[in-house]
Ligand binder design. Structure first.
Ligand code: CA
Length: 219
């Protein structure tokens, strides 16, 4: 899952970015409101963490513009402790949830998972496709009930495929979900990851649809 983090406080921003990374989510981090809007246009983000007090455009202005543009990206606002009016305004403007500063990283991660789950129409906390099962809360992935030892990128790739079993993902879509802006992506990087995943599971676990991309079967 790729997340856009919009936070101008360097300390908070780097703490969140590294926690998201540890949790298997690819976070791209920008520090002002204009960059946030440009990034949503440019990238395939599945969720935005949006601070309110930002340079150039504040969080409300970003949110308003996003929704006016028709973007349905889920947004979690980051608000100040005494900002109850901010929270109400944010939710009414189309935010999906909020976090109150200071918050525990574990709460942030749980809210990210919950909002992503609701947005994708899943009510079950785990993701499944074929004989694969992924639990985002503890990053545990099993195939035919035995636990897999995955690299961070293999995990992200599988999470992307399992967010919609039966749907075919193209190479470009998977690259966007697995890699951040700063990553160098080789032209056969996705094939390489798929190859590794198949070795840990089976050829049937991740299917190749020639010329189109890859999918995991529905359970
Ligand atoms: Ca701020």
């Amino acid at each position: 899952m790729r997340i856009l983090l919009v936070e101008d406080d360097a300390q908070i921003g780097s703490a969140i970015a590294s926690a998201l990374d540890d949790a298997g989510m690819a976070a791209d981090w920008v520090t002002d409101g204009s960059a946030a809007l440009a990034s949503v246009d440019a990238g395939a983000f599945e969720l935005m963490l949006l601070d309110i007090g930002l340079p150039k455009r504040d969080g409300f202005s970003v949110l308003k513009q996003l929704r006016q543009n028709g973007s349905t990206i889920p947004v979690i606002m980051i608000t100040a402790r005494d900002g109850v009016d901010d929270r109400i305004q944010g939710l009414d403007m189309g935010a999906d949830d909020y976090l109150v500063k200071p918050f525990l990283i574990n709460e942030l991660l749980a809210r990210v998972r919950a909002v992503a789950r609701r947005h994708s129409g899943r009510s079950q906390p785990f993701m499944a496709g074929g004989d694969l099962m992924l639990d985002p809360s503890n990053k545990k992935v099993t195939y035919k009930e035995s636990e897999l030892d995955l690299t961070a990128r293999e995990y992200r790739l599988l999470q992307a495929l399992l967010s919609s079993p039966g749907r075919i993902y193209s190479r470009e879509e998977l690259e966007e979900k697995v890699y951040g802006w700063e990553d160098e992506v080789n032209s056969n990087a996705i094939e390489f990851l798929i190859h590794g995943l198949r070795k840990k599971t089976s050829k049937q676990a991740i299917r190749n649809v020639r010329g189109l991309g890859w999918m995991v079967p529905e359970t």
